[in-house]
Design a binder for this molecule. Sequence first.
Ligand code: HEC
Ligand code: HEC
Length: 307
Amino acid sequence: MSDFDSGFWSIYVQGLTALSILFCAYILYANTIKKESGPVETHGNVWDEDLAEYNNPLPSWWMWLFWITIVFSVVYLAVYPGFGNNAGVFKWSSVESAPGEKDGQYYKEMRAADQKYGPIFEKYAKMDLKAVAADPEARAMGERLFLTYCAQCHGSAAQGAKGFPNLTDSDWLYGGEPEVIKTTITGGRNGVMPPFGHLGADTIKDVANYVRSLSGLANDGLRAQRGKDVFAQNCAACHGPEGKGMFALGAPNLTDKVWLYGSSEATIAETVTGGRSNRMPAFEEFLGDAKVHLLSAYVLGLSSGAK
Ligand code: HEC
Ligand code: HEC
């Protein structure tokens, strides 16, 4: 496969590559020639009063190493792709040798892996999520998939981080039923809380204190009292009249001790002032149903038994 859309660029790159290699060879050659006999001169620089450096050729073993790299580069470019759009003697390719020919190393390895693991994935894809979650082999496979595709956001132990939910507890934004977890991973989620900056900093402080009171955190009683009405008018539609959250919108339960962003008055005020928009990517197309199934079972297994 060639990445060049016209022959010119291929020739241009070949010219540059050849010139660079020749130039390296020339520099090496020029440094190999011994100066005519006579006293060896120094470079002319002196350090620490009397420390100077002779202008001798490099040792020959060192020069040979350089020559070997040049020979290597020529052989390499003859055998593997790299010299313009020359395919190389081995015709090796990472993806395809001709447009549409999916015969490169990547596809070969993918096909081999599909043949080896496909039946295993199929077996689990047909099983109930709860049963897959109870199967140690499936959980080990799920864990490897999780480390590859999910850990960068949710953490290697799925413990989460600020803005990224912990998946090991029994507190859910969207719900912890097996099928709901699978829906989350399949189609992704987009949690949106609108900004309420127009309420003004003082009112936002009131409602932040009310939110803190919901989970029994220290709060300013007077502000919390005032914030109660603000909450009923502005927030209850999504977070519920008692602040217990709503799965359908991904609005968090504000009465528990689990926080996505943080429980301090300042952080709550920041959430309310600026709103939040948080995205969990969809994995259906990228991973396919069988892998999403295994991952769902893995996540289910992480939280079952959690309080
Ligand atoms: C790019 C970062 C990112 C990646 C990668 C990612 N997630 Fe998420 N995930 C999120 C965010 C952010 C949320 C919260 C979405 C929200 O607040 O609405 C989330 C939410 C979830 C939820 C819902 C939690 C709840 O409380 O309802 C599950 C389950 C989940 N992710 C599983 C996974 C799995 C499994 C993978 C790997 C296939 C994965 N995530 C990969 C960012 C990510
Ligand atoms: C349109 C629905 C909606 C409204 C109205 C709404 N919220 Fe939210 N809220 C959300 C969603 C969704 C999230 C989660 C955002 C995310 O996934 O990142 C959220 C997150 C939060 C959080 C972060 C919780 C944590 O665990 O860190 C706080 C605090 C909060 N809301 C308070 C409020 C307050 C106070 C109001 C009223 C002034 C309010 N919300 C109004 C939907 C809403």
